[in-house]
Ligand binder design. Structure first.
Ligand code: SF4
Length: 315
């Protein structure tokens, strides 16, 4: 985090102002969050945390040897039918914490390599407030913003100098698939604008001499069954837009979770051959990044996240 204490305090005030009526995320549903009113995402007037701790299954520059200091926030503005964390994102698993308690959670993660904020966009005022308090008490970790990609550009601008590593998904380029599977009609233009903002702020991923992420952007894309054309479009767009400079994490961990069984095309896994075709395309396009062991998709979900059994490898 590059900002001075005074600048950070100004950003915190601006973010709280965005929370009532709430327009923190692109849904701009107008909920009176500071008055305790829950919005479309399910979040109300207190920050809620589901899980926190070191995570060893992120990409190598994030997990390193000491783990990525991950904090999973409850609720989500996007309603993916195949969500692997539906208990947290859609059923609101977690507990409300004060800003000081959240700062203490962040400080507990000091032995890890970074502070990895997972789906934090709908709690940003409280999160950045807690970051400021933790920073005042000596926390000095790179801040990772781990998001599904559906973020408001104006909100992201308030995070310049606060977020060090942007870790967004680019789930689709096909608006029809975004609407059908994530229930947002404007996912594609919104996510693309958000990506441009992230890249403008921090550029491609940069690592230190130990190979640990210090700043920049790493884009994640989860391969979906019957989604090869859209995956190809996503990879080609990233390669062309950022001239191969921004790395990609091509994920193989899809499982038919949550309500995926209501969609026949989503009811099975992505085949190893299908995933390999996407990897081959990534290489042909000259994209750097990370791939994932397709066997990871057989693991349990939340225990897998904690236990870090997923394996990603730099190609
Ligand atoms: S973050 Fe939640 S409450 Fe705020 S605009 Fe988005 S959906 Fe509404």
């Amino acid at each position: 985090m590059d900002l001075s204490v005074d600048d950070l305090a100004g950003r915190v005030r601006a973010l709280y102002e965005l929370a009532s009526p709430c327009r923190l995320c692109p849904r701009a549903c107008g909920a009176d969050r500071m008055g305790g009113e829950p919005g479309v995402c399910g979040a109300g007037g207190a920050v809620e945390v589901a899980i926190h701790g070191p995570h060893f299954g992120e990409e190598p520059p994030l997990s390193g040897h000491a783990g990525s200091g991950t904090v999973f926030f409850s609720h989500c503005p996007v309603a993916c039918v195949f969500c692997q964390n539906a208990e947290i994102s859609h059923q609101g698993l977690g507990r409300g914490v004060s800003v000081d308690e959240l700062a203490a959670v962040f400080l507990d993660l000091a032995p890890t390599h970074n502070l990895n904020l997972v789906t934090a966009g709908h709690f940003l005022p409280w999160v950045v407030d807690a970051q400021a308090r933790a920073k005042n008490r000596g926390l000095d970790l790179p801040v990772v913003f781990n998001t599904g990609g559906y973020e408001a550009r104006d909100t992201l601008r308030l995070l310049a100098g606060i977020v060090d590593v942007w870790l967004p998904d680019l789930k689709y380029l096909d608006p029809g698939r975004a609407k059908r599977y994530s229930r947002v009609e404007d996912y594609v233009p919104t996510a693309l604008a958000a990506l441009d903002e992230m890249v403008a702020q921090q550029g491609p991923l940069q690592v230190d001499r130990d190979g640990l992420a210090r700043r920049g952007v790493l884009i994640r894309h989860l391969t979906l069954p019957w989604g090869a054309d859209d995956t190809a479009a996503v990879l080609a767009w990233i390669a062309e837009r950022y001239q191969g400079r921004v790395p990609v994490s091509l994920m193989a961990q899809y499982l038919p979770c949550h309500r995926a069984d209501q969609y026949p095309e989503l009811s099975g896994p992505v085949s190893a051959a299908e995933y390999q075709r996407a990897v081959d395309l990534m290489i042909r396009l000259g994209l750097e990044g990370f791939t994932q062991d397709p066997d990871a998709a057989t693991a349990d979900l939340i225990p897998d996240f904690i236990g870090g059994r997923m394996t990603r490898r730099a190609r």
